[in-house]
Design a protein around this ligand. Structure first.
Ligand SMILES: *Cc1c(COP(=O)(O)O)cnc(C)c1O
Length: 419
């Protein structure tokens, strides 16, 4: 069931008015849906004391959406200095912000330490001596390597650039202690867009084993574990959704068991991006050209700059043509943008109702890793973002890019090094 049925029910009756006012293309996000998912997540893990979601900012880095996350009590998982800035701008401070960078440079460590700091999640043992002011509370990202298999988007952990190798874990915490760390967390992220909850239960079990091992070796306690994001959503009709309550029940059980054995348990952190916002966003475009050659192409008024996932990962995004009386398929079409790049396609050989110029197409599930992943190749600009509020109003939360934005980096003081 791609895109929540409730979102369709809220959006479709007002779609013409929204299009008349704002014009296409736009991403539109559903406040009510995002809040429902957030509340459901909190409720599911309510029996794990201290559970906290750190929304993965890169999925939907818009301050209006981040403010909703903050109202729900969530923190933010940031992987760059600009993402930390975004979090801080809406009031997040200190342990509200988890900084999970990789191949980190000095300026990023400085950004991490600024304005009350953040929760530092180090990606490698070699970074321990490079942190300018080592914090009291430290976390490391773990890469299980051959101990686990990843999935399509993240890939095989052995080939993934993230995290500490198994053999480095104890030494990493030892070095951190030598630099003054007294409080500890551990983090991993092994899957992405995974709807089989058993993967995440295994991840939590794996982190408990690590915690027991490192605690024993170094006589320390862990304050939290961060099980990562990667909770999947159903992009295709017929895809089973992730069984959140089964995931939460089994994870809660693991926490209870650890507490019984050790007399305490760490807090559980999660950093979902896609699960929180993916189904609660859609890209609305207008068909502008139809082309019949060896295949039929429906050209629309947005391109890869608005949504990279199909071109980059061959990802499926469901498409509906809401205003069509006949929903009978009219033969397979490719839905394409205008980039000079043949993978600039939102759908390949998709059965859709007959589409004429001027028809609106709704591309589903663009609420995570959608607008944010867009790029400016070919000088294509990124579209506006709208928010459908709980009160039924629709608010512009990011304007479309302009030519001035695009050419901004061409305005500079001449600088020539003569050799
Ligand atoms: C991208 C990312 C996430 C979010 O992934 P989703 O698949 O959107 O849940 C979480 N944590 C880290 C470290 C990431 O890089």
């Amino acid at each position: 069931m791609p895109m929540s049925a409730d979102f369709e029910k809220r959006l479709y009756p007002v779609l013409d008015q929204v299009v008349a006012h704002f014009g296409t293309p736009f991403h539109i996000y559903d406040e009510a849906g995002i809040r429902q998912t957030g509340e459901a997540l909190k409720h599911a893990f309510s029996r794990v004391p201290g559970f906290r979601e750190y929304f993965a900012v890169k999925a939907l880095p818009n301050p209006h959406v981040l403010a909703m996350m903050r109202e729900m009590g969530f923190g933010f998982d940031c992987s760059s200095a600009p993402e930390l800035v975004l979090g801080r701008r809406i009031g997040a401070r200190g342990e509200d912000l988890m900084f999970t960078s990789n191949n980190t440079d000095r300026s990023e460590f400085e950004a991490a330490a600024r304005d009350g700091g953040c929760l530092l999640n180090l990606d490698d043992i070699s970074l321990v001596p490079k942190v300018p002011a080592f914090p009291e509370l430290i976390c490391f990202r773990y890469n299980p390597g051959p101990r686990r298999t990843g999935n399509a988007i993240i890939g095989n952990p052995v080939e993934a650039k993230y995290g500490l190798a198994h053999e480095q874990v104890v030494e990493a915490y030892r070095l951190a202690i030598a630099r003054g760390a007294t409080r500890f967390g551990i983090h991993t992220m092994v899957v992405s867009n995974e709807r089989n909850y058993a993967f995440m239960v295994q991840t939590v079990a794996m982190l408990f084993e690590l915690i027991e091992w490192v605690s024993r070796e170094l006589h320390i306690r862990f304050e939290f574990m961060n099980m990562g994001g990667g909770l999947g959503i159903p992009y295709r009709p017929g895809d089973e959704p992730l069984n959140l309550s089964a995931l939460a029940a089994e994870v809660t059980e693991l926490f209870d068991r650890f507490r019984t054995r050790h007399g305490y348990a760490p807090r559980l952190y999660m950093e979902s991006g896609r699960y929180m916002t993916g189904p609660h966003g859609a890209l609305v475009v207008t068909a502008i050209n139809r082309k019949d050659i060896y295949r039929t192409y429906i050209g629309v008024d947005a391109c890869m700059s608005a949504l990279m996932r199909p071109g980059m990962y061959g990802a499926y995004h469901h498409i509906t043509v809401p205003k069509k009386l006949s929903q009978n398929p009219a033969g397979p079409v490719d839905v394409v943008g205008s980039l000079c790049e043949n993978n600039d396609k939102f759908a390949v050989q998709r059965e859709l109702p007959p589409i004429a110029d001027g028809d609106l197409l709704v591309i589903h599930d663009t609420g995570a890793h959608g607008h944010a992943m867009g790029f400016n190749y070919n000088g294509k600009l990124r579209p506006q973002e709208l928010l459908l509020r709980c009160d039924g109003s629709v608010e512009l939360i990011r304007r479309a890019e302009t030519l001035q934005d695009h050419f901004a980096t061409l305005a500079f003081q001449p600088d020539v090094l003569k050799l």
